[in-house]
Each structure stands twice: as structure tokens, then as C-alpha cells.
Design a protein around this ligand. Structure first.
Ligand SMILES: NC(=O)c1ccc[n+]([C@@H]2O[C@H](COP(=O)([O-])OP(=O)(O)OC[C@H]3O[C@@H](n4cnc5c(N)ncnc54)[C@H](O)[C@@H]3O)[C@@H](O)[C@H]2O)c1
Ligand SMILES: [Zn+2]
Length: 357
């Protein structure tokens, strides 16, 4: 059954066979009479595009732009190639860009569309768990610059999102687990019963459409109240202050962690901070720690890496000035934001993380 979440001014369709809905959406909005372009990477070209063009008639002749997969390609240089390609094929203001892929394709394709000729429509078909549960709502689009993630970008929304969980079947299990970290986060910050469901389920029994639907609803509820992250939306950053710094550090060592794997580390350390600076009980801290530990292979954070990790944290764009800002848990299912925490306590949180690894 198809589930629909009403986002700010578009719908997110969630289900296992959404191709008829995609056709109907394109036709009823007149896109079948306009130029349609599609952005994909080599993996979604191979695994997702053939199914899409086979099932959606008006995409049979779609012009495809293929880029290489990976965060290292989420750059202005690649945008520039795609802008040029759009210009060469005379894409006009009425054209539609379909982004078929994970968060890299969605963030960058959305940014390309939002800036080409001051903005053309774009439609997202997220194909990873992370992009379905997280990037499908919220309007954050952009690219990386000088190794800093998402530093160039805009807020803008697609005309629709179709999160078809059958695409997850070809996704590497490590990528599925990475996306699952955001799912755990959604339970932790907003919904205790959702967290308990995750805790008590065998991961292989989970119905992804149900999970994507629940997570999109949680994120959407937060984003609708605070679209531009002036306040409440910051709760979505739980696990991300330390997590992002660890992710950036590891990226530059060549021993890369996936986003969710780094957020898993961040959630453990920030749960410890939640006991010290918010109301989280030690019993709940243990529950969170054990669950995350059972799911992710966790590595020690070395003594030598701490200075670098702290530097990344200071440069995080979520901060204002020199203060390092955290979203913390009051309890499982409820979060609060704008906790300013100093270096010593952050180091203690990392020491706690190391003690349980
Ligand atoms: N805009 C937002 O709100 C938001 C939220 C979360 C993350 N993000 C961004 O998303 C990016 C990470 O997203 P991601 O984890 O989806 O990464 P990704 O786009 O790099 O995809 C991960 C890998 O899976 C492959 N892949 C995608 N779909 C596949 C499929 N169905 N079958 C087989 N392989 C497939 C990709 O080619 C890639 O190699 C980051 O750049 C992050 O900043 C954005
Ligand atoms: Zn995240």
C-alpha cells in the first residue's frame, strides 16, 4: 500500500511499487509534454534506471546524465558539467530534472536544478535508506567545498518524492546499516515506542516501507515547525556534532566511515553528554549504548586524533562563534537543543565512548 506524507508543499510517496504513481504524477502535472532530464550515478544507472524506464512510459526517452558515485563527487565542478550539459541540450525553465540516487544525487541534483536558469523543477527518487528516511524531506540541497560538507547550498523543495523501498534490495548491507542510524536517531529524539520497536525487532524482519514512513513522518513534523533550522529543527542534529567531526577526520585518513556509522559513534558520545547536561538516565544510556554497539562495528578513537576531531567540531556550521552546540536527549523519545559544551566534557564523552567499544 502506498503511504503519503504531506511535506511543506509537496508529497512524499512511500511504498514498494510506485511506478504507476510516478507516471500519473508526471502526466497529471504536464511534465510528459516538457523536457525531462535524469541524473544518476553508475550504480543507480545499473540497478534502478532500467526498472524505472521499463515501468514509466513517459521516461522511455529520458535524457540521462551520469556521474561517478561517491561523496567526493558532490562538488561544484560536477555541477558545472551538468549545468553545461543542460545548456547544451537547451533545457528551458519548464524542464524537469529527476534525481535518481542516494543523498549525493539528491542534494547535488536539487542544487543544480534550483540554480539553473534561476530554478527549474526537480523530482527526487531516493534509492538508499539514508536518502529515503532523511534527505527526502527538509529542503537542504548543496555540495561540498574544500573538504567541508554541504557548505554551498540552498533550501528548496522538489515537486514530489517517490521513495520506493524495492530499490533497497540492491543496496549494500553496509549502506543499509548506515541509513538505519538515522532511523534509530528518529526514535531517540521523538518517539520512544518507535525506538522500542527497533530495539525488539530482528533487522531482517523489518518492513522498510513502514520504517521509511515512520521516519519521514517524524522528520517532517519537526521540519514543518522550523523549516530553516532557527530552533527546534536542531534536535535532528543529535549524534551529529561529534559524529560529523569523526566522519570528517576519518575521510581524511583514507579509512572512511559511512555517514551513519559516524553518527552511531556520535550518538553514544552525545548520549553520555545527555546524562551529564540533560535529563537522560544512566539506565537509558546503557540501553542506547548496548543497542548501537550490537549493530555497528565500532572503532576506538585514538588519542592522536582528538585535536583534529575537536578542530572539525569547532568549524561545524551548526555552531555560532566558538561555542560548540549540541542537541541532547531528555529521555528516549525526547530531545532538546542549544546545549553549549566545552572541550573538556566533549573529551570525556569520547573517553566514555572508548570505554564501551
Ligand atoms: N539533504 C538532506 O537533508 C540530507 C540528509 C541526509 C544526508 N544527506 C546527504 O546524503 C549523502 C549521503 O547519502 P547516501 O548515503 O544515500 O550516499 P550516496 O548517494 O553516496 O549513496 C551510497 C552508495 O549507494 C549507491 N546506491 C544508491 N542507490 C543504490 C541502489 N538502489 N542499489 C545499489 N547501490 C545504490 C550509490 O551509488 C553510492 O555508491 C551525503 O552527501 C549527505 O550529506 C542529505
Ligand atoms: Zn545525518
Amino acid at each position: 500500500m502506498t503511504k503519503i506524507v504531506e511535506a511543506i508543499d509537496y508529497n512524499v510517496f512511500i511504498g514498494t511499487d510506485l511506478f504507476d504513481h510516478i507516471s500519473e504524477f508526471l502526466i497529471s502535472n504536464g511534465y510528459d509534454k516538457r523536457k525531462i532530464f535524469l541524473l544518476a550515478d553508475e550504480n543507480t544507472m545499473q540497478h534502478c534506471l532500467p526498472i524505472l524506464v521499463d515501468r514509466v512510459d513517459c521516461l522511455k526517452e529520458v535524457d540521462v546524465f551520469e556521474i561517478e558515485s561517491g561523496e567526493e563527487n558532490k562538488t561544484l565542478e560536477i555541477c558545472s558539467h551538468i549545468w553545461s550539459a543542460l545548456n547544451e541540450v537547451n533545457a528551458d525553465r519548464k524542464s524537469l530534472l529527476i534525481n535518481l540516487g542516494g543523498g549525493v544525487i539528491g542534494d547535488m541534483g536539487g542544487f543544480i536544478a534550483s540554480t539553473y536558469k534561476r530554478g527549474i523543477d526537480f523530482l527526487n527518487i531516493p534509492t538508499t535508506l539514508l536518502s529515503q528516511v532523511d534527505a527526502s524531506v527538509g529542503g537542504k540541497l548543496g555540495v561540498d567545498l574544500d573538504g567541508v560538507k554541504n557548505i554551498i547550498g540552498v533550501f528548496n523543495n522538489p515537486v514530489a518524492v517517490f521513495a520506493d523501498t524495492s530499490f533497497l534490495e540492491t543496496l549494500d548491507s553496509r549502506e543499509v546499516k548506515s541509513g538505519f542510524a538515522e532511523v534509530i536517531k528518529h526514535g531517540l529524539i521523538q518517539d520512544k515506542s518507535y525506538f522500542e520497536l527497533l530495539l525488539n525487532s530482528d533487522p531482517s524482519d523489518l518492513d522498510w516501507a513502514t520504517i521509511v514512513h515512520a521516519s519521514v513522518q517524524i522528520k517532517n513534523k519537526v521540519v514543518l515547525q522550523d523549516p530553516k533550522e532557527a530552533g527546534l529543527r536542531k534536535v535532528l542534529n543529535f549524534g551529529h556534532t561529534i559524529g560529523h567531526a569523526v566522519e570528517s577526520y576519518r575521510l581524511n585518513t583514507g579509512n572512511k566511515l559511512l555517514h551513519g556509522e559516524a553518527i552511531a559513534v556520535g550518538m553514544i558520545a552525545e548520549a553520555w553528554l545527555s546524562v551529564k547536561f540533560c535529563d537522560l538516565s544512566t539506565k537509558e544510556l546503557d540501553k542506547i549504548t548496548l543497542f548501537i554497539k550490537s549493530y555497528y562495528p565500532l572503532d576506538l578513537i585514538s588519542e592522536e586524533s582528538l585535536d583534529e576531531i575537536m578542530k572539525y567540531m569547532l568549524h561545524d556550521k551548526k555552531n555560532e562563534g566558538e561555542a560548540i552546540n549540541f542537541a541532547l536527549l531528555k529521555c528516549i523519545g525526547e530531545a532538546s537543543f542549544d546545549h553549549v559544551i566545552g572541550r573538556e566534557d566533549i573529551l570525556k564523552a569520547i573517553t566514555f565512548y572508548n570505554s564501551i567499544v
